[in-house]
Design a protein around this ligand. Structure first.
Ligand code: ATP
Length: 138
């Protein structure tokens, strides 16, 4: 088989379903390239862009995937994440605002040692926003 199915699912449902000839994702242990007939695998993902090279076109799709899990089995790549957005679904101003908000919270937490601000949460929110902006600008 010269292609495989890519299915990206979030609590809101399926956000992406296409046939691909290659995929690149960033797992917690490093970058993962997937070709057809890949061996079975399950791995946690980092918050990062996933690139999907479409089976029938000389084009790539980019999806901002906010962590989650990748599972490869029987020529199907399933990604399950709390949230994921395709390039054209990303609201750039919303991501810009989220980035500013998170950066301000981090600044506040660091300068004032303000315990009411959850630094780790703000740092992850910043990474999510930067990832969305990166994908929107691909
Ligand atoms: P925000 O602070 O803007 O809500 P967030 O990172 O806290 O951002 P999430 O909790 O990751 O948002 O996602 C909540 C829902 O909103 C998900 O369905 C996600 O796909 C969607 N979403 C978040 N940010 C954007 C964006 N910039 N463009 C499009 N959809 C977004």
């Amino acid at each position: 088989m010269s292609s495989f199915t890519v299915n990206i699912v979030t609590p809101s449902g399926s956000v992406y379903n296409e046939e691909a000839k290659f995929l690149v994702a960033n797992t917690v242990v490093g970058s993962l390239g997937v070709l057809p007939n890949h061996a079975p695998l399950i791995s946690p993902l980092k918050i990062d862009a996933v690139r999907i090279d479409l089976a029938d076109e000389n084009e790539s799709d980019w999806v901002a995937v906010n962590g989650g899990i990748i599972e490869i089995r029987d020529n199907v790549v399933s990604i399950v994440a709390n949230s994921a957005e395709t390039q054209h679904d990303i609201d750039v101003s919303r991501a810009e605002e989220a980035k500013q908000r998170a950066a301000a919270k981090i600044e506040k937490a660091k300068s004032e040692q303000d315990q009411s601000v959850d630094l780790a949460r703000a740092e992850v929110a910043l990474i999510r926003a930067i990832n969305r902006l990166k994908v929107a600008n691909k």
